[in-house]
Write a protein that binds this ligand. Structure first.
Ligand SMILES: NC(=O)c1ccc[n+]([C@@H]2O[C@H](COP(=O)([O-])OP(=O)(O)OC[C@H]3O[C@@H](n4cnc5c(N)ncnc54)[C@H](O)[C@@H]3O)[C@@H](O)[C@H]2O)c1
Length: 323
């Protein structure tokens, strides 16, 4: 990628969110004219502070469920609350954002030169019975559970985008993103990495759901963006591509690593596992490796250090403003 004769326009939905805002910064660095759309359901304009100083960035307050009046050669569809606390707080909004958002982008792209890179999720695999999960695995999802608005919304968006490709040749790329963390994650979103870091920095005991032996793999945001941008390459890519870091850790490992980095010996307390919480989650990234040369470089310790430093700085800024 890079700057051609004229700047290409990229549209990022969910631009004020954790991943969307990093993507905006990266696309500006790559020489794009970038339009960001967000309704600020979970996003924060503070995430766009750097982008806001760039004359090539344009923010639109808007909802992806409404018709989209921007034309861009490259679209990154990242709008959707991603943490269980947020997506379960308004399940109807979550489901409709996934499905209607994809529909609105297809309406915009149909018949035009436009590539849509869609942020799908490992949650399409539900509580997997196959481990690690390759893209060919169809998943094990509860269609009517607490997490269904997110899981099924994302599954339906994949269906809709694939049908648009088959029916009208819309160029869609589907990233099945596994647990990604890094600077700018929201303080209060209940995701395990941000939870542990905020608790450790505030000196509260770390709350661990279940026995802590459930596993996850954690991808640092910078690594993920490499995969997302490679997926936007000019040559079409059919079918979903897993993106994540396949290194697997127990949740207890994660808690202990956070405590080591913060330099604390706080207590770890146990709470019951939430409904439909997957026991194991690990991407099979063979396809991303082969197609995109994707290979995450940043290990958990290095990524956590950068994330803890960012949370520390933001907590200090909040404290200085009396918040
Ligand atoms: N972070 C992860 O680990 C992860 C994993 C898998 C998939 N994803 C996907 O990546 C995308 C971004 O996730 P994130 O972690 O940055 O979450 P986030 O909550 O920080 O960002 C989502 C953004 O979308 C915006 N949004 C929500 N509904 C909207 C609507 N109807 N119209 C316009 N904007 C809307 C929010 O305000 C927010 O800024 C999501 O689609 C999510 O499903 C993230």
């Amino acid at each position: 990628m890079g700057l051609g004769a004229a700047r290409k326009t990229a549209l990022v939905t969910g631009a004020a969110g954790f991943l969307g805002s990093h993507l905006v910064d990266r696309l500006l660095d790559e020489g794009y004219e970038v339009v960001g759309i967000d309704n600020l359901m979970t996003g924060d304009l503070g995430n766009l502070e750097r982008a806001g100083r760039d004359p090539h960035f344009h923010f639109q307050m808007g909802d992806v469920r409404e018709p989209i009046h921007v034309y861009a050669e490259l679209v990154f569809n990242f709008a959707c609350p991603a943490s269980p606390i947020h997506y379960q707080s308004d399940p109807y909004a979550t489901l409709t954002t996934s499905v209607m958002g994809a529909l609105r982008l297809v309406e915009m792209a149909r018949g035009r030169r436009c590539t849509i890179v869609h942020a799908s999720t490992s949650e399409v695999y539900g509580d997997p019975t196959v481990h690690p999960q390759p893209e060919s695995y169809w998943g094990n999802v509860n269609p009517i559970g607490d997490r269904s608005c997110y899981d099924e919304g994302k599954r339906c968006a994949e269906t809709l985008l694939n049908d648009a490709r088959r029916a009208w040749g819309v160029d869609v790329r589907i990233a099945r993103i596994f647990n990604t963390y890094g600077p700018r994650m929201a303080f209060d979103d209940g995701r395990v990495v941000s939870n542990f870091i905020v608790q450790a920095l505030r000196g509260s005991p770390l709350t661990l759901f279940g026995d802590g032996r459930q596993t996850r793999s954690f991808c640092f945001v910078k690594d993920l963006l490499e995969g997302i941008l490679s997926l936007a390459r000019p040559e079409p890519i059919e079918g979903p591509v897993n993106l994540g870091n396949p290194e697997e850790f127990t949740i207890r490992d994660l808690a202990e690593e956070v405590l080591r980095i913060v330099g604390s010996d706080l207590e770890i307390i146990h709470q019951p596992l939430p409904a439909d919480d997957p026991r194991q989650r690990k991407p099979d990234i063979s396809r991303a490796r082969e197609l995109l040369g994707f290979s995450p470089q940043i290990g958990l310790r290095e990524g956590l250090r950068a994330t803890v430093a960012d949370f520390q700085a933001r907590l200090a800024e909040r404290a200085s403003k009396g918040r």
